[in-house]
Design a protein around this ligand. Structure first.
Ligand code: DGI
Ligand code: FE
Ligand code: FE
Ligand code: FE
Length: 188
């Protein structure tokens, strides 16, 4: 994908300043988690930087992409919250030239998680949840658990997000429920 500077410039152009600052914090958090978990730092950096690349695109772009790339039509019943990761990864690949499937899967799964996640995917999922500006009840517990054991952090977030969505009367994407079931069994 060229130099880090080129990548940063392309990402910054797509995002409002607040969102871009979040992306930089997720990158730093992902790098720290990568150090602690013996994961490639460069991959953690690129995945952190690209995870919300598509967050501010119009719905039409996602709808077009779901058709163009023959993605699951059930996706059409959700919205930006789900699309920006799973469909956004296709834009990261084509527009930023990121071809590493581990990085692309980290982007794809950063919102919903997945039953099987590599260490890198777990790191991006957690970094997005616990980056230093995140402030919600439970975030300190999430930071603590993640520092002890990355997988425990994943189980905690899956549980926390599901409870949050139900409390807010929000539809739950099936993958989010699958993530919850799998990780709560691994970390009872
Ligand atoms: O993009 P960020 O704000 O940094 O964080 P994110 O991608 O983890 O989450 C974006 C939003 O997605 C957040 O408000 C919670 C929501 N979300 C997560 N899982 C689901 C969901 N929304 C729906 N409707 N269904 C889900 O399963
Ligand atoms: Fe996101
Ligand atoms: Fe998240
Ligand atoms: Fe994010």
């Amino acid at each position: 994908p060229g130099t880090r500077e080129e990548l940063l410039a392309k990402i910054e152009k797509q995002l409002k300043p607040k969102r871009f600052q979040h992306v930089l914090r997720v990158e730093q958090t992902a790098i720290q988690l990568a150090q602690a978990n013996h994961v490639d730092l460069e991959k953690a950096s690129i995945a952190g930087l690209t995870h919300d690349y598509a967050k501010q695109r119009p719905d039409e772009d996602f709808i077009q992409a779901i058709h163009d790339y023959a993605m699951d039509p059930a996706l059409l019943t959700y919205g930006n919250a789900i699309w920006h990761g799973v469909v956004g990864a296709e834009f990261v690949k084509r527009e930023l030239g990121v071809m590493d499937e581990d990085i692309l899967n980290a982007v794809r799964h950063h919102t919903t998680g997945a039953v099987y996640m590599t260490k890198l995917e777990q790191i991006v999922y957690m970094a997005d949840f616990i980056e230093p500006a995140r402030d919600f009840p439970g975030v300190d517990r999430a930071r603590e658990l993640t520092a002890q054991d990355l997988g425990r952090g994943v189980a905690y977030q899956a549980q926390h997000t599901l409870a949050y969505l139900v409390a807010k009367n929000q539809p739950v994407y099936p993958k989010s429920i699958e993530t919850y079931n799998a990780w709560i069994r691994r970390y009872p």
